[in-house]
Design a protein around this ligand. Structure first.
Ligand SMILES: CC(C)(COP(=O)(O)OP(=O)(O)OC[C@H]1O[C@@H](n2cnc3c(N)ncnc32)[C@H](O)[C@@H]1OP(=O)(O)O)[C@@H](O)C(=O)NCCC(=O)NCCSC(=O)C[C@@H](O)CCCCCCCCCCCCC(=O)O
Length: 196
């Protein structure tokens, strides 16, 4: 399990990979933190796309590690804060599911592109906990308190088209989600340069 990084022109594509659903285990979080930190510092990289392998963005915290001592070291909150604060545009490319901590990671990105088949949600309530990596702050800021509360208290999986209407994601595509995220990042970069 690891996060890997490739370059598409000046956009770094960081792929989260922990089969089958890219649950955020301790070693995956450590790997994401390293790849993201390196990409943030690399002056040849202008923007970053985060995506998932195995047909999914990420199903959230690794439930199988709950109760172990690894939960706090390399915290998802720290990763999400670093993503949000990044000076380069960061775009999440969401395929399959972005659930729980997976959606919280995507919410920390500056933009989200989803495949039309994707689903997003904060299902923590269904396992008796609350979203604990910024989702209860970032989701209401993005879509307003009533819609965010509805997602948080029901824990339902929201289809991509509804997520677009709600404002959880910025764009929905039928195919080539990662390419679309790269294009969005490059468009944002173009706008940035045109304003200077
Ligand atoms: C993802 C799914 C929609 C996929 O469904 P599908 O039907 O395709 O497949 P399966 O359900 O058969 O799953 C396949 C396979 O994957 C395993 N799996 C799925 N999700 C996870 C996961 N999150 N972690 C680990 N493993 C997972 C599943 O078990 C199967 O494995 P198997 O070996 O049987 O093949 C569907 O699976 C689904 O809906 N999954 C649940 C998604 C979910 O609930 N996500 C939220 C997780 S909680 C979370 O993300 C919290 C965040 O807010 C982050 C917070 C960070 C701080 C953490 C501190 C929390 C402390 C709480 C501790 C309390 C307990 C304690 O320690 O006392």
């Amino acid at each position: 399990m690891a996060a890997t990084r490739r370059l598409s022109h000046s956009v770094a594509v960081i792929t989260i990979n922990h089969p089958p659903v890219n649950a955020l285990s301790h070693s995956l979080r450590r790997s994401i933190a390293k790849e993201f930190g390196d990409a943030s510092k690399d002056s040849s990289i202008e923007a970053i796309v985060l995506c998932g392998a195995n047909g999914n963005f990420c199903a959230g915290a690794d439930i199988k590690e709950f109760g172990s001592s690894t939960l706090d070291s390399v915290s998802l909150n720290n990763i999400n804060d670093a993503v949000e604060r990044c000076q380069k545009p960061v775009v999440a490319a969401i395929e399959g599911v972005a659930l729980g901590g997976g959606l919280e990671l995507a919410l920390s990105c500056h933009y989200r592109v989803a495949n039309v088949q994707a689903r997003v949600g904060l299902p923590e309530v269904l396992i008796g906990i609350l979203p604990a990596a910024g989702g209860t702050q970032r989701l209401p800021r993005l879509i307003g308190i009533p819609a965010a509360l509805d997602m948080i208290v029901r824990g339902r999986h929201v289809p991509a088209t509804e997520a677009l209407q709600l404002g959880v994601v910025d764009e929905v595509v039928k195919a080539n989600t990662i390419d679309a995220a790269i294009q969005l990042a490059r468009k944002v970069l173009g706008e940035k340069y045109n304003h200077h």
